[in-house]
Design a protein around this ligand. Structure first.
Ligand code: LLP
Length: 463
């Protein structure tokens, strides 16, 4: 992940620390549209606005730290996926990236389906009116209660992840007098080029059933024999934050090969394949993600070609983007608290949040960018590390970035592309209060997930 070192700002001219940084951007006040939500722009006064509202007003009204989400941007990305995949395919938004009732309603209105992976996500989806048959239920160890609820409400599909689960879901469905539509999740043996913890298609990990040694074919065999199940397809998810389409192509090819084997052995053509999520987004200006229409075209072509070669009817394709829809739509707004220049190293900028609102840097060594957003500055760039307020030296929000050297306590800085896996992975570490998510649209802001309070914390503490 390391990038080339570059002469740092004036405070650090002599010794260059190791880091992930490239040259400071030519203009520290510029906002790269690759990493910021669509409506983010500089106001004539120099501060930044989202959805037509100045961040200074947002900070005043909602406090910091807080996530601000561009509703129009979310809807347009959701629509772009829907349009790209057309009527012969389905797009399931992966709720684990970020889920709230408002988001469920936006998805419903934009014609997307929803992937949930817990009883909590299912409850959120249903409470916001997502029809159960547009929901897919995932997970490598669903509880009996989760399965019973999912079958009872009639989710569109349950994605089976193990031999035990095949039997478990079949029994529960049968006991409820139902036949549950299921897909079988397979591991296709692809090494996705991403962090080890978010790659899921190599064989040495907990998800899915391996294709390689005939296990997946055996899973289909067993599932087809059970009355409680209607096997509708095969599922593959190769990992997350992936830029290279090659992994998806190999996955598609291997999944189609399994469909052909199933047809040859059982005389059944399974009608669906799901190729999962995982498409990368730009966290910094270095990243170049593909557009949904390019992804749809590439996947459609490979599946069609492989099916023709195997003389199979082309199955209905579905995908499960999470990050690619919600990631770029939000930024986290922080207030600068303290600034510590460490001679010859870098300047530590402490903000009022940290690993409790964004664990991704600590967990995956993820890269982010950061900008001063309450004003512009013509000061020289200084190399900074943006850190949180937690009692841990690994509490890093942005490992290496440049901010203007006149940065001062009270300035507002924002980290873009935090819509995915930040609020949804937020914690109460050090009894931090998880920040709110505020949706902004056309000059109006509204809280969609409120800030936690000390009363919320104490309510759980019943000792
Ligand atoms: N489908 C399945 C079965 C998944 O497991 C996931 C993500 C997705 C779809 C959506 O993947 P996406 O398009 O959002 O990459 N916490 C990590 C990411 C974990 C992803 C888990 N599964 C992170 O912060 O990068």
């Amino acid at each position: 992940m390391s990038r080339s070192a570059h002469p740092a700002g004036p405070r650090h001219a002599d010794v260059l620390p190791e880091g992930h940084y490239t040259a400071p951007p030519a203009d520290l006040n510029a906002l790269d549209p690759k990493v910021w939500a669509h409506t983010v722009t500089r106001t004539p006064e120099g501060s930044v606005s989202i959805g037509g509202i100045d961040v200074k007003d947002l900070a005043e009204e909602y406090g910091t730290p807080a996530y601000f989400m561009d509703e129009a941007d979310f809807r347009s990305r959701a629509r772009a996926w829907r349009t790209a995949f057309g009527h012969d395919a389905d797009v399931f938004y992966a709720g684990k990236a970020f889920l709230s009732r408002a988001v469920v309603r936006w998805l419903h209105e934009e014609g997307l389906n929803l992937d949930v992976c817990s009883g909590g996500e299912l409850a959120t989806a249903l409470s916001a009116g997502m029809p159960a048959d547009r929901i897919a239920f995932h997970g490598n160890n669903k509880s009996e209660e989760e399965i019973r609820t999912a079958v009872t409400v009639g989710v569109g599909r349950i994605v089976l992840d193990s031999f035990q689960e095949i039997v478990r879901v079949a029994h529960i469905a049968q006991s409820l007098g139902k036949r549950q539509r299921v897909q079988i999740r397979v591991t296709v043996g692809v090494e996705a080029h991403t962090h080890e913890f978010i790659a899921t298609a190599h064989e040495d990990q907990k998800f899915g059933i391996a294709l390689a040694d005939g296990q997946a074919a055996e899973a289909v065999r067993r599932a087809l024999a059970l009355d409680g199940l209607e096997v509708v397809g095969i599922h593959s998810h190769i990992g997350s934050q992936i830029f290279d389409m090659a992994g998806f192509e190999v996955a598609a090819r291997r999944v189609v090969k399994l469909l052909a084997e199933v047809r040859d052995e059982h005389g059944v053509e399974l009608p669906e394949i799901d190729l999962g999520g995982g498409l990368g987004i730009a966290y910094t200006s270095e990243d170049d993600p593909s557009e949904p229409h390019e992804i749809a075209k590439a996947l459609g072509e490979i599946v069609t070609r492989e099916c023709e070669a195997a003389r199979l009817r082309t199955p209905r394709i579905s995908v499960e983007p999470g990050r690619a829809i919600v990631g770029p739509t939000a930024f986290t707004l922080y207030e600068v608290g303290t600034i510590k220049p460490l001679d010859g190293l870098r300047t530590y900028v402490s903000v009022d949040g940290g690993m409790s609102d964004n664990i991704r840097t600590a967990l995956y060594d993820a890269e982010y960018s950061v900008s001063l957003v309450s004003r512009t500055s013509d000061a020289e760039p200084m190399l900074v590390r943006v850190v949180g307020k937690h009692c841990e030296s690994g509490d890093i929000v942005v490992r290496d970035a440049f901010l203007p050297s006149d940065l001062a306590p009270g300035d507002l800085i924002a980290v873009p592309a935090t819509g995915a896996y930040c609020r949804s992975m937020a914690s109460n570490y050090n009894h931090a209060l998880r920040p709110p998510v505020v949706a902004v649209n056309n000059g109006e802001a509204r809280v969609i997930v409120r800030r936690e309070t000390e009363e919320d914390l104490l309510r759980l503490d019943v000792g």
